[in-house]
Design a binder for this molecule. Structure first.
Ligand SMILES: [Zn+2]
Length: 267
């Protein structure tokens, strides 16, 4: 009996993906760092340059972080693109979508000194032209604004939907279920915006989730790009009866007859 595991022999993966790069990210990243967790942050470098702000329906001013904060604040986490200026993609030509993606990617790579390989779509529009542009820009995955409400890891890295949003009514049940699920390669992915932790008064609850994740030895905290890379490698594994071949370039982890084993790349 062979069961697939995440790196380090962990049964489950946990990911937080927050969009927009707003002031509340400072408090949130500090919490993640406190518990040794990694997340993915989709940024609009063009709106950070102007420290764009808007008024939430509840009256709160939601403000982008200054662009000078990017390199230091998100160190150790994944910085991903969210387009340059957060436009409605449905109102843009393909050339304009390309420009929104490519310029944001270029800015974020210059700021972080790291490749930016992930994309998260602004608003809800998702179509084949968005996916085509994301591929042409060199993104290894693209996440839309849908919610799947399940623990299965994504199959199609360019039509990746969130596990759940932290503002959804089912959020608490979703997280609770994750701590108990026995599903193979279970993933709890939570997507949202840190300003909603203020709006929904959820900071204490979110911290209790992060603490529980950090203390659970079955769970590995991963960024989206780490997940994509590992899942791609895992899907190359050839498993026959009790034999495992690993033609990928990453070490792969399994539970075999009740024991955790690491199978190194063949090459
Ligand atoms: Zn957004």
């Amino acid at each position: 009996m062979i069961k697939k595991l995440y790196p380090g022999g962990k049964r489950k993966a946990f990911n937080i993906t927050y969009d927009d790069g707003v002031l509340q990210d400072v408090r949130f990243v500090a919490l993640m760092d406190k518990y040794g967790l990694k997340g993915t942050f989709n940024l609009n470098s063009g709106l950070m340059e102007t420290e764009f702000e808007w008024i939430h329906p509840n009256g709160m001013v939601v403000k982008r972080l200054p662009i000078s904060a990017v390199a230091e604040l998100y160190r150790g986490h994944e910085v991903a693109s969210h387009t340059l200026t957060h436009p409605y993609l449905s109102s843009l030509t393909e050339a304009q979508i390309m420009e929104e993606m490519a310029k944001d990617k270029e800015n974020l790579e210059r700021l972080t000194g790291l490749p930016v390989l992930g994309f998260g779509g602004p608003f809800h529009h998702w179509g084949p032209e968005v996916v085509a542009c994301a591929k042409r820009c060199g993104f290894e995955y693209a996440r839309n604004a849908e919610e799947r409400y399940c623990y299965a890891p994504p199959e199609d890295y360019y039509h990746w939907s969130a596990g759940t949003y932290h503002v959804m009514p089912g959020f608490r049940d979703f997280v609770e279920g994750f701590f108990h699920t026995e599903e193979e390669l279970a993933l709890c992915q939570i997507v949202g915006h840190t300003y909603d932790l203020d709006v929904e008064d959820m900071w204490d609850h979110m911290e209790s989730v992060l603490k529980r994740v950090a203390e659970d030895e079955d769970i590995l905290s991963m960024t989206n790009i780490e997940l994509v890379r590992y899942l791609k490698a895992m899907r190359m594994a050839v498993i026959r009866e009790d034999e495992i071949r690993n033609p990928s370039d990453l070490p792969l982890w399994f539970e075999k007859d009740g024991e955790v084993v690491c199978v190194m790349p063949e090459g």
